[in-house]
Design a protein around this ligand. Structure first.
Ligand code: PMP
Ligand code: GLN
Length: 384
């Protein structure tokens, strides 16, 4: 007779799977889960075919193909003006999610506390729990989702081992300013606290604003894991390839875990990404304008609707306030109503909170979509 207990008893299926399944069941327009519905660059797809046909099909090095780590080092040097050693400071992983998982496992011991800003990406808290740590959720308040630094100060003490930052931020679309980073540094610089900086939307920043990475601040070098995702940057979320960057000492701890969690990533995918990055550096520099045009097209399409919004500063998500349409519904009910009555599937912002603020009336729309999908979505929202 088996008697097993869930290690995550309070949690069900992630909201992203729930909503995408709902869209498929209702044959509804899916602007919920974050993934592009347009193809990746043809040269990238050709590079993948070529890599497989050429026989690049066995295990790559556990830390990732050196060529790809080198490409990332080049790109990060251009971005930050700082050089990175691809041998000791960069690892390629099978997606950002496993990189987050391993970074947390690497440094969080039983009883350690990890500060998480809600709304937060849904893997953080369960991963902390699986490491035996305790997630301390600090709620950011809509509509501006700014960090309350007094609250952070009060939450930090000797058991605090990690603070998870996510900028550009999913789901709010906000960015951390240089001032946010400096305040964080002041609060943690004399403490045994590591920063996990989830920067998967690093290149998706709009209206001429700047993405500040943990890599930009020398005071954070020895204490930060920076996580990224090639899936987001190159329109291939299903390729599940990401990276972790950290100081050599932190990277050593990370690799100890990653080697047993996944050992390595997928060889031909890494070959294709490295070749594409080398041959098409413009892909990254043009990305913000590419997505800003999509955000703006979608916003223009809903300007006569009854939704209200603050334009996303980053990511490929736009939040919409539906208070003027159905104030009687909570956001999950609103998503269900939109799915069933209007055949469009979105994500409730409350799903990203441990304790959602009262009267939250926000849904998240993914605008990483073909123009025709955006126009159709705008048409539907305008009719609500
Ligand atoms: N962090 C955030 C904030 C995300 O939105 C995502 C999106 N999936 C991830 C991490 C995970 O990225 P990946 O698909 O590369 O695991
Ligand atoms: N990050 C994506 C989102 O926020 C989804 C990733 C996932 O499905 N786990 O929609």
């Amino acid at each position: 007779m088996l008697e097993l207990q869930s290690k995550l008893p309070a949690l069900g299926v992630t909201i992203f799977s729930v909503m995408t399944t709902l869209a498929q069941r209702l044959n509804a327009l899916n602007v919920s889960q974050g993934f592009p519905d347009f193809p990746a660059p043809p040269a990238l797809l050709e590079a993948l075919c070529q890599a497989t046909l050429e026989g690049q099909n066995q295990y790559p090095p556990g830390d990732g193909l050196l060529l790809l780590r080198e490409q990332l080092a080049v790109q990060k040097q251009q971005q930050t003006g700082r050089s990175f050693d691809p041998h000791t400071e960069i690892s390629i992983t099978a997606g950002a999610t496993i990189a987050i998982f391993c970074a947390i496992q690497a440094v969080v011991q039983a009883g350690d506390e990890v500060i998480i800003f809600d709304p937060s990406y849904d893997s953080y808290a369960p991963t902390v729990q699986l490491a035996g740590g305790k997630a301390i959720h600090l709620a950011l308040q809509p509509p501006h989702f700014q960090v309350d630094w007094n609250q952070v100060k009060d939450a930090i003490h000797d058991r605090t081992r990690m603070i998870i930052v996510n900028t550009p931020h999913n789901p709010s679309g906000t960015l951390w300013s240089a001032e946010d980073w400096h305040t964080l540094i002041e609060l943690i610089q004399d403490r045994n606290i590591v920063v996990l900086s989830d920067e998967v939307y690093e290149h998706l920043v709009y209206d001429g604003q700047q993405h500040y990475s943990a890599l930009d601040f020398p005071a954070l070098h020895e204490r930060s894991f920076v996580i990224g995702s090639f899936g987001k940057t190159f329109h291939v979320t299903g390729w599940k390839t990401g990276y972790c960057m950290a100081s050599p000492a932190l990277m050593q701890l990370f690799r100890q875990v990653y080697q047993f969690a996944n050992f390595c990533g997928v060889t031909p995918v890494q070959v294709a990404l490295a070749q594409f990055m080398q041959q098409h550096p413009e892909h990254i520099t043009e990305l913000a304008a590419f997505y800003q045009a999509k955000r703006d097209r979608f916003q223009a399409g809903i300007q006569h609707s009854r939704f209200q919004w603050i334009p996303a500063q980053g990511t490929y998500f736009q939040n919409l306030d539906y208070r003027a349409i159905r104030p009687d519904l909570n956001d999950l009910q609103m998503c269900q109503y939109l799915a069933e009555q209007h055949k469009i599937v979105t994500i409730p912002i409350s799903a990203f909170y441990q304790t959602p603020p009262d009267d939250l009336r926000l849904i998240r729309v993914c605008f990483a979509k073909k123009d025709e999908t955006l126009d159709r979505a705008a048409e539907i929202f305008s009719a609500c």
